[in-house]
Design a protein around this ligand. Structure first.
Ligand code: IPE
Ligand code: IPE
Ligand code: MG
Length: 254
């Protein structure tokens, strides 16, 4: 199956076979650079967020076609509340619009929607659209599309520690039983494999409170491309770079 056409400079066409095997099971993306994309064009930051939604649509489609098992995208961090209220409102409205306009297509493509983060703090409309998307796609068996919303890695770990402490007090759990796998069951990502590949566009090389526990052995890939310009060919570049990496997990090369 062809995923995109040659761009005219004799780049060979890529096929699913070219990229398989060794497609990352779980790809995590920090969708960054919308504001700078807009600024470069003399547009308001919100225009950048709109353009960013287009990138998201195409990347979700491609990941699903490539049979990525989990795609986790950072859409709103626990620190993004610090932004001006108008920008936060636009981001929340865009989220609701995005889900309503894409839900049918996601569902038809067997994609299952999940979220990580404290969604109870989001505006009611946004919460409703998320609940609807999860309910409609809950039986789907294809790619898990995981949206990080009001998500912060430190909050996630803190919440897990509090719940574990409470369960220990309630004698549901013995202290000596608290192992890595037990803690993982208290995280938002319960049941998901750790990300194999983290992609951050926009030139920043930091993780900004994203998946602090889960990224322990993830391969990182950075690009200066801003998120609204991040297209299918960029994703393929990232996957090809990943496929050349040698992962050792602290052991030795076999
Ligand atoms: C990412 O783009 C979107 C969110 C954080 C919600 P930014 O808005 O951070 O864009 P820059 O980093 O200012 O360019
Ligand atoms: C990370 O980007 C959060 C999202 C993309 C949702 P930020 O733009 O908020 O991160 P910093 O402030 O540059 O670290
Ligand atoms: Mg940013």
């Amino acid at each position: 199956m062809l995923f995109w056409k040659s761009n005219g400079n004799n780049t060979p066409l890529k096929t699913a076979q070219d990229l398989n095997p060794n497609i990352p099971r779980h790809i995590a993306i920090i969708m960054d650079g919308n504001g700078r994309w807009a600024k470069k064009r003399g547009l308001p930051r919100t225009a950048g967020h709109r353009a960013g939604v287009k990138s998201l649509k195409s990347i979700v489609k491609l990941c699903s076609k490539l049979k990525v098992e989990v795609l986790t995208v950072y859409a709103f961090s626990t620190e993004n509340w610090k932004r001006p209220q108008e920008e936060v409102e636009v981001l929340m409205n865009l989220l609701t619009e995005y889900i309503s306009s894409e839900l049918e297509a996601l569902s038809e493509n067997n994609v299952r929607v999940r979220t990580i983060g404290e969604i109870e703090r989001l505006p009611l409309e946004a919460q409703k659209s998320i609940i609807k998307a999860k309910a409609k796609t809950t039986e789907n068996t294809g790619m898990i599309f995981n949206i990080a919303l009001n998500y912060g890695g430190r909050n996630e770990i803190l919440k897990a520690v509090q719940e574990i402490a409470q369960d220990a007090i309630d004698q549901k759990l013995k202290v000596e039983e608290i192992e890595k796998e037990v803690l993982e069951n208290y995280l938002y990502t319960k049941g998901l494999p750790d990300p194999d590949l983290l992609i951050r566009p926009s030139g920043e090389q930091r993780i900004s409170n994203y998946l602090l526990w889960q990224l322990a052995y993830t391969e990182f890939w950075f690009t200066d491309t801003l998120w609204p310009d991040f297209d299918e060919s960029e994703l393929i570049k990232a996957i090809e770079a990943y496929q050349k990496r040698e992962r050792r997990f602290g052991g030795l090369k076999i």
